[in-house]
Design a protein around this ligand. Structure first.
Ligand code: GAL
Length: 957
């Protein structure tokens, strides 16, 4: 006899069907109908498996007094129950669709509520969940309503017949894993919970149900046509346009169009017998014409970012102010577009995009990337059994978001392979909304899509696509191109953004791209600062690949965002500083320049000597003008001079204050003169010491001990940097990854062999060979010290020996100072820069503390270099370079930086370590994309560079 027990898991959890008992999807809107937010503290009980507890908790009268409490919206794993898990595309459970593990954390949630005073006693009511990960079963007052999957999509139940004036109990059972999890394999933390709002909506008799606002714009006539199709007939009014029409009836009026640059919205009302709905109408027409995506007749250049929803404490449970912070930061950094990677965002985010102006690629909650590991076998996107779930997801996105003017493209999802399910989604979307193109990057032949999209394509390939030399299907070749992901902003970087932008701007077919990604998904952690994959003991994880944003977890802009802002600025300012004019080009797609004021200033040796307004005509998009600069007065002989021209907001706008900088350029006038040589003093041996000008050396080793009263740890050649995430590269690029190859060669453990200390008539020369153990390559390095009275000059000559197989991380010297805090420099700033991330580095005089020079990448790595430095003062010394140099200072060594896993591992030591670099290797984007472009490689080649050290405060001898 065989024994058979029933499966402990509830059947619906592993059912591929999207749900049961749920209302059809519809538009999201605000109306005068009563509503009750059910957000707040809920009773909570966590159990280890889907079927571990029976459902008696949902029955009226259940005593949950002993349960814990969690905040809704929220994720229980961020509130002390269980732990988050991070994987990129690996499913953190065995791949056996639609089965999920028996260990399936399940959170039972209870929320008692009374109806507020004045809640109407006629009509119906709907209970809405805006987002629950990943599967929920719902009861109200003991009656089961149904269950659903589709974590970042809304689900509604009709509940009017169950409501009582007081003592209602809403019970929700949430399973972390479900069949739906197979469709939600996005690169992010797995965070179960009721993480978006829960709302009870009164539904008046004769209320609005669903409606579709069609608001187009004809750029030839300047007229907009509005038609609101509504399930329930009513009237549409837009007072500002004197529009008052029946639903379903088109009306054409002169309007100002909506664009992301000029987000003109008209307030209106849709009124049925029982309800008034607020409309915010933006008139615009998106069309595919001449192989281009055009809005209102003009092609658009997307300067976008990929945005995941993130908050370092609350995960994907975002409040409106956090969403607004994202939108404001984007607008202030010249970003004009967002791909809602990889799911529809909280609906309030789209309201903000409408209001402030951002183009949105609204992406469906679909990714099945983990199937790539098995050659896409069993991919739900090519399995008819799953198609209803895919269609349900498409419909829930389109129906919810269709009335947003900011949404200009629908995206089927991300990295979900190919298959009939995706085709079915595209067909359904095209049928439901012909007014927007459909995007999906995984559709290489563009069978189902209207845009050719790629991710991380190298510059050269993008250029070929721009030139139409890329091949592909006939259909694809006629389509516009976007890079839906590029510029992997993990850690220090991304490099090469300016090079991409130049290519985008050179070819019409290239309609821009979306940097990956907006924010680091670090989780605030008491010991680690910010946690990433593996920090919660996950058995399978992808480390800090989850921290790859343009802003840090707390939304502080990283240097990558500053760089991007400069690269995509909507005004180009160019010219030859000596010519007396500057060429200004309006690089907007729609707006003229009337919102901007221009200013000039003139710097002498980095300090602003004069400034004033620069009158620039309100150029139309694409227009240029040559604008005269004032006649410069004579600058002091030998001074370095330049113009700085800025475009700033002329008035306060909803997203930025008057004076907010939008674009700038610097035009050199008189170039720098290199520092005068410091020579003439003879070195003198004094017992164990050598004295030379202001300096003292160890006679045996030739090591510098001090300059005047300033003690130093002697400069030595340094080629190592703590590899950046982009140096380390992605695991699937084994041959190209520089970080591991540098380490294999031993560049992190260079040995310095002393060959000679030569005390000559006018110089102290120290001859060395710097090389890693186990290799024949080396760098012959000669330090030649000379001095005049108060100034000490170090000239470093480097001659590579052997066959160097790799570019160097850096080439320069490192020395230590016993004490240093405040730093002043004349060079690029205020932020860090590397050879391919230096667009935003502005030449000037800058001040910072050593601590403020550090860029707090969540996983510590090389950071903080300042470019084009003429001189720097710190720790009682002034260092002038010939030629200009890269400067870095930190309170830990490169080796300590390299060894650190989290910011809290970095403990300041006694010494400030200063790098003066002749060269730095570029940064690139290899943590997911292409590496450093050849022009930014630092090759091991013969080099000579020098520095003049002076003790500050010591007068000339
Ligand atoms: C892409 C993917 C993103 C993210 C990125 C790397 O392939 O679409 O979700 O994983 O790579 O950070």
């Amino acid at each position: 006899m065989s024994l058979r027990t029933t499966t402990p898991s509830a059947g619906y959890v592993e059912d591929v069907a999207p749900g049961r008992g749920v209302l059809p999807p519809r538009a999201r809107y605000a109306s005068d109908a009563a509503r009750l937010s059910l957000n707040g503290d809920w009773r909570f009980r966590l159990s280890p498996a889907a079927g571990a507890e029976d459902d008696s908790f949902a029955a009226p009268g259940y005593d949950a007094g002993a349960w814990a409490t969690v905040a809704v919206p929220g994720h229980w794993v961020l509130q002390g129950h269980g732990a988050p898990v991070y994987t990129n595309h690996l499913y953190p459970f065995p791949v056996d669709p639609p089965r999920v593990p028996t260990e399936n954390p399940t959170g039972d949630h209870l929320r008692p509520f009374d109806l507020p005073d004045g809640w109407p006693d006629t009509g119906d009511a709907v209970l809405r969940f805006d987002g629950v990960e990943s599967c929920a079963r719902v009861w109200l007052n003991g009656t089961e309503l149904g269950e659903f999957k589709g974590s970042r999509l809304p689900h509604e139940f009709a509940v009017g017949h169950l409501l009582r004036p007081a003592g209602n109990v809403l019970a929700v059972r949430v399973h972390q894993w479900s069949a739906g999890s197979y469709l939600e394999d996005q690169d992010q933390w797995w965070l179960p919970g009721i993480f978006r709002d829960v709302t009870l909506l009164h539904r008046p008799a004769d209320g609005v149900r669903d409606f579709f606002v069609h608001a187009s714009y004809d750029h030839r006539t300047g007229e907009g046509t509005l038609r609101v199709d509504s399930d329930v007939p009513g009237r549409v009014t837009v007072p500002e346009l004197s529009v008052d029409v029946a639903t379903g009836e088109p009306v054409t009026v002169a309007v100002e169009p909506w664009t992301a640059e000029t987000p003109r919205l008209y307030d209106g009302v849709l009124a049925t017998g029982g309800e008034r709905v607020a409309l915010r109408v933006g008139f615009r027409t998106v069309a595919l014409e001449d192989g281009l995506i055009k809005v209102n007749g003009r092609p658009v250049l997307f300067k976008g970012v990929n945005r995941h929803e993130w908050h370092p404490g609350r995960g994907r449970a975002l409040d409106v102010e956090t969403m607004r912070a994202d939108v404001l930061l984007m607008k202030r950094h010249n970003v004009n577009a967002v791909r809602t990677s990889h799911y529809p965002p909280h609906p309030a985010f789209l309201d903000l995009c409408d209001a402030y102006g951002l183009w949105v690629v609204d992406e469906c909650d679909l990714e099945t990337h983990g199937f790539v590991g098995q050659s896409w076998r069993d991919n739900p996107c090519d399995d008819d059994r799953w198609t209803p779930a895919l269609l349900d997801r498409a419909a829930r996105m389109v129906e919810r978001d269709k009335n947003h003017p900011s949404v200009v493209i629908w995206s089927l999802g991300n990295e979900a392979g190919t298959g009939r399910g995706l085709t079915a989604m595209a067909e359904w979307i095209h049928g439901r909304d012909a007014s927007r193109p459909v995007h999906y990057e995984g559709d290489a032949g563009c069978r189902d899509t209207d845009v050719y999209a790629r991710m991380y394509a190298p510059h050269a390939e993008v250029e070929r696509i721009g030139r139409g030399l890329d091949g592909g299907t006939r259909r694809r070749r006629r389509l516009p191109f976007i890079l839906c992901e590029y510029g992997h902003a993990m850690g220090n970087g991304p490099g090469g953004l300016a090079d991409y932008q130049r290519i985008f701007e050179a070819y019409d077919r290239l309609q821009g791209g979306f940097v990956w990604e907006w924010i680091d998904h670090g989780i605030r952690h008491p010991e680690l600062g910010y946690a990433y994959g593996g920090d919660f003991g996950e058995e399978l994880h992808d480390g800090n690949f989850v921290c790859d944003g343009l802003v840090f977890p707390d939304r502080t802009p990283s240097p990558g965002l500053t760089e991007y802002k400069k690269v995509i600025e909507p005004v180009r300012i160019e010219g030859d500083g000596t010519a007396g004019t500057v060429r200004v080009t309006n690089a907007h797609d729609f707006a003229d320049l009337s919102a901007l004021a221009f200013e000039w200033s003139r710097q002498v040796d980095g300090e602003t000597a004069e400034s004033g307004p620069l009158p620039v005509p309100p150029l139309a998009p694409g227009e240029s003008a040559d604008v005269k600069l004032p006649a410069p007065p004579d600058a002091p002989a030998g001074a370095e001079t330049q113009w700085t021209v800025r475009a700033v907001l002329a008035e306060d706008t909803p997203w930025g204050e008057r004076g907010h900088p939008v674009a700038w350029a610097q035009l050199p006038v008189a170039r720098r003169r290199p520092p005068a040589p410091a020579a003439g003093e003879p070195p003198a041996v004094d017992g164990p010491l050598v004295r030379l000008g202001p300096a003292v050396f160890d006679a045996r080793t030739g090591a510098l001990r001090g300059v005047g009263g300033v003690e130093v740890t002697s400069p030595r050649l340094d080629v190592w940097r703590a590899p950046t995430d982009n140096d380390n590269g992605a695991p699937w690029q084994p041959d190209a990854r520089l970080g591991p190859r540098w380490r294999k060669l031993g560049l992190h453990r260079m040995r310095h062999r002393l060959d000679a200390v030569e005390v000559g008539a006018d110089a102290l020369a120290v001859r060395t060979r710097v090389a890693p153990a186990g290799a024949e390559v080396g760098l012959r390095t000669v330090y030649r010290w000379t001095a005049d009275g108060a100034r000490l000059r170090l000239s470093v000559s480097v001659t590579p020996e052997g066959d160097w197989p790799l570019p160097l991380p850096r080439l320069g010297v490192r020395f230590g100072l016993a004490a240093a805090d405040r730093v002043t420099w004349f060079g690029g700033g205020p932020g860090e820069a590397y050879p391919d991330t230096r667009s935003a580095s502005m030449l000037g005089r800058w001040h910072a503390t050593v601590d403020a020079l550090q860029t707090p990448y969540v996983r510590p790595q090389e950071n903080g270099a300042r470019a084009d430095v003429r001189w720097v003062e710190l720790g009682g010394l002034r260092v002038e370079g010939d030629p200009e140099f890269w400067f870095t200072a930190r309170r830990w060594t490169t080796e300590q930086l390299d060894a650190a896993g989290h910011l809290t591992d970095l403990v300041p030591g006694e010494t400030v370590w200063v790098n003066l670099d002749h060269g730095q290797m570029g940064i690139g984007s290899q943590s997911c994309g292409p590496g450093v472009l050849p022009q930014y490689h630092l090759h091991a080649r013969p080099a000579t560079f020098s520095f003049v050290f002076t003790e500050l405060g010591a007068g000339p001898a």
